[in-house]
Design a protein around this ligand. Structure first.
Ligand code: 6PG
Length: 250
């Protein structure tokens, strides 16, 4: 069982500041120990403020040339499309930092999904020098939580929740941005640290189910996130935490 911490902040702004502070701390530690920081970014709307803060008030707190950026999932759209997870991170953070292209390991949403998944898997193998059956170990994986309980692009009912072998998979869902590419649980769970970032009342039920619901990862995919040798932090604002029992929300 991994180490789990739940931190509840007053509002979405306090949550963003705290998330940025945590990223700065983990980055400093990783760069000090390993000479680099491998950061796996999340998509969705919640991280935009965090990414913007990283590039502005926290800009001088990170040695950006030592940071390697990856993504937990991508929508199958071109990088300049508004729905692109790379595009979102690029607009709010990456384009404002002095980075070299070699630091950005994006999922190519503009390519056919199967090809994009294969290319991303190859990139992970190359970058992390993985042997057969090995998984990358990210220093930090950021994850959001959908109202329906999904994280990365692991949606309720998807067999990918129980994937054990593949690192990257394609996903087709009945929603806008139907085609996606996602990392699988064995990759996410091999991270040294995972940080969920969840804000807003409409996420309260998903948070409750993930943290206190019956053990049913197929219905509540975030429950599959349980790093083998790592820690999970849940950063919640009060609204997202509002349905948690007193012992967790106090
Ligand atoms: C994506 C994601 C996804 C996201 C959640 C929460 O590409 O959509 O990476 O897992 O984190 O849907 O998204 P919001 O922050 O927009 O609520």
């Amino acid at each position: 069982m991994s180490e789990r911490e739940i931190i509840i902040l007053d509002d979405a702004n306090a949550l963003s500041v705290r998330a940025a502070e945590e990223i700065v701390y983990v980055a400093g530690e990783a760069i000090c120990i390993n000479g680099q920081f491998t950061l796996c970014l999340t998509g969705g709307a919640t991280p935009v403020d965090i990414y913007s803060m990283m590039a502005t008030r926290f800009n001088l707190s990170v040695d950006w040339k030592e940071v390697q950026f990856f993504w937990g999932d991508e929508r199958c759209v071109p990088p300049d499309n508004e729905a692109s997870n790379f595009g979102l991170a690029n607009r709010s953070m990456l384009s404002k930092l002095a980075l070299s292209p070699a630091q950005i390991h994006r999922i190519r949403g503009e390519d056919p999904p199967v090809a994009a998944a294969a290319a991303y898997e190859e990139e992970l193998v190359r970058f992390f020098s993985l042997g057969d059956g090995e998984f990358p170990r990210f220093d930090l994986v950021l994850l959001g939580l959908g109202d329906d309980g999904h994280c990365a692009s692991l949606f309720p009912g998807s067999p990918l929740i129980f994937e054990q072998r593949r690192m990257v998979a394609t996903v087709e869902i009945e929603a806008p941005q139907r085609r996606r590419v996602t990392l699988t649980p064995p990759v996410l769970n091999n991270a040294a640290r995972i940080m969920f970032i969840v804000a807003g009342e409409k996420k309260a039920e998903a948070v409750k189910n993930a943290l206190e619901g019956p053990n049913a990862p197929s219905r509540f995919p975030a429950q599959i996130i349980n790093p083998t040798e790592g820690a999970v932090t849940w950063l919640l604002d009060r609204s997202a935490a509002s349905l948690l029992s007193g012992s967790l929300s106090g």
